[in-house]
Design a protein around this ligand. Structure first.
Ligand SMILES: [Zn+2]
Ligand SMILES: [Zn+2]
Length: 377
């Protein structure tokens, strides 16, 4: 006669999975050997666990519903899973019964993913603008080539930890005023792995990875900006136990340029024009990042005027467009003049009726150029 698994948990035949879990938790709390040392309670606890093992598994529950017993020897057990017939359902369920937690427990894996790494790369404006292939020396953990990440000496294997028997954690029972409390902590003998390595690889000491300095080439695309990061997939740290490497981020640092200041994709430079050339007009040759351009300074150019050279800035990171180059004209007034030059200038001023400075009107001149300066024109 098959066991009455529903009766043991005290649930109805059409109970939901949640109902079954709730009933199991309630009973497990009541009959757990740590709480109830009575030998009869221990037997009852085993029964409760067995019932839960059967009823929480759709396949096994179906066998019960058809009048069979999945835990009876040969009793319709079609490939009973691990622990079938055992006294415990699973460590997790018992922990859940007591702490209601759902966090993953058990031994932690030896193989874990590696961390990302970051490296700074200093570049000239020419390089950020037009791209470059730069050699990078990186210092990261790489896979141990002696053991290929296993951490064991050749021909040896990790063994199950004697202290925690592979669980990776140990339990202790404490008496408190609330009753007995079971606490769990990582096993110190195996650091929670559940296994120990009796003969570690001599190269990596069992880590499965070693720190190495290596050189790789990174292709920097045209148009990158200061502070940008370029991701090199899986070039970061190899994880413990030879786990999948993290990514390597190359952080761009652009060195200041002697002549050009960069604002986004535009470049700015300053050219000093003598007062006379500004008044009469002139032609300048500007060496841009990659060309030489002729710039016309119109007669009557004022201090602070700007000439824009289209498409001579920095290429856009995406697309083929380029920023512009702004040439800021700085009109220079002569400071040291000969008596002869002074005489000519006085003559010139007299002919223009400009012997005295005039107070500028609020709306124009000085104030508007002041405003323009604030607005960055
Ligand atoms: Zn090794
Ligand atoms: Zn252990």
């Amino acid at each position: 006669m098959a066991k009455d698994y529903y009766g043991i948990l005290g649930v109805h035949k059409d109970a939901t999975a949640d109902d079954i879990k709730r009933a199991y938790r309630k009973l497990a709390r009541q009959y757990h050997p740590d709480v109830n040392p009575d030998p009869e309670a221990q037997d009852r606890f085993k029964e409760i666990n067995a019932a839960y093992e059967v009823l929480s598994d759709d396949h096994k529950r179906q066998i019960v519903d058809l009048g069979g017993d999945p835990l009876a020897p040969g009793g319709g057990g079609m490939g009973g899973g691990p622990g079938a017939g055992g006294p415990f359902v699973g460590f997790q369920d018992i922990m859940d019964a007591f702490f209601g937690g759902a966090s993953a427990r058990g031994p932690r894996p030896r193989v874990r993913p590696g961390a990302d790494a970051i490296i700074r790369l200093d570049l000239e404006l020419q390089e950020t603008a037009f791209g470059v292939e730069a050699p990078l020396t990186v210092d990261t953990a790489v896979l141990c080539s002696t053991c290929s990440g296993a951490g064991t000496a050749a021909g040896t294997h990790p063994v199950t930890c004697d202290i925690c028997h592979g669980k990776g954690e140990v339990q202790s029972v404490q008496r408190t005023f609330l009753g007995q409390v079971v606490s769990t902590r990582p096993c110190a003998a195996c650091q929670g792995f559940g296994t120990t390595i009796p003969h570690p690889c001599a190269t990596c000491g069992g880590e499965g990875r070693v720190r190495t300095r290596r050189t790789l080439t990174v292709k920097i695309p045209a148009g990158v900006e200061d502070g940008m990061r370029i991701r090199l997939a899986q070039q970061g740290e190899v994880g413990p136990g030879g786990g999948q490497p993290g990514d390597l981020y190359v952080e761009i640092h652009e060195r200041p340029h002697d002549v050009f200041a960069r604002k986004g994709n535009d470049l700015h430079c300053k050219v000093t024009v003598p007062m006379t050339a500004a008044a009469l007009g002139t032609r300048l040759t500007i060496k841009t990042l990659d060309t030489e351009e002729q710039v016309d300074v119109k007669a009557g150019t004022q201090a602070g005027a700007t000439v824009r050279i289209k498409g001579r800035g920095v290429p856009h990171l995406r697309g083929s467009a380029r920023g512009d180059l702004f040439v800021h004209l700085d009109v220079r007034t002569p400071t040291k003049i000969t008596p002869e030059q002074e005489r000519m200038l006085r003559e010139f001023a007299k002919s223009r009726g400009e012997e005295m400075a005039e107070l500028a009107k609020q709306t124009g001149g000085f104030f508007s150029s002041l405003r323009n300066a604030f607005n960055g024109h």
